[in-house]
Design a protein. Structure first.
Length: 111
């Protein structure tokens, strides 16, 4: 879950921000692009606070309303997970230069 954290959160919240009902067609003159405020939940089901050190869980935070499995298997979330032969290439510190947030040659695992 941690590999797609922020990207998954953005993907889950974006439909609500664009159309309110999950559609991307906001309609002519519609300026109400919002998503209800939601608490971020960790993998233990606990609500995160500013002082929390545990990462949020997209499944527990968003899964009640959104199909997390479907979203996580989208093209951009999987881009860079494998090489052209289908071998998984994701690893911590992919660039071997201290940028631990870069985990693949594609978008997979990036923030």
């Amino acid at each position: 879950m941690a590999l797609t954290g922020l990207g998954l959160l953005c993907a889950l919240l974006l439909p609500g921000c664009l159309g309110g009902d999950g559609s991307t067609d906001a309609g002519e003159g519609n300026q109400n692009f919002s998503h209800d405020n939601i608490p971020l939940i960790d993998r233990f089901g606990e609500q995160l606070t500013v002082a929390s050190t545990e990462p949020y869980s997209p499944r527990l935070t968003c899964g009640g309303c959104h199909d997390v499995d479907h979203i996580a298997n989208g093209y951009h979330f999987q881009q860079g997970r494998t090489d052209l032969d289908g071998n998984v290439v994701v690893q911590d510190n992919f660039m071997a230069d201290g940028r631990g947030f870069v985990r693949s040659p594609g978008m997979y695992g990036k923030w």
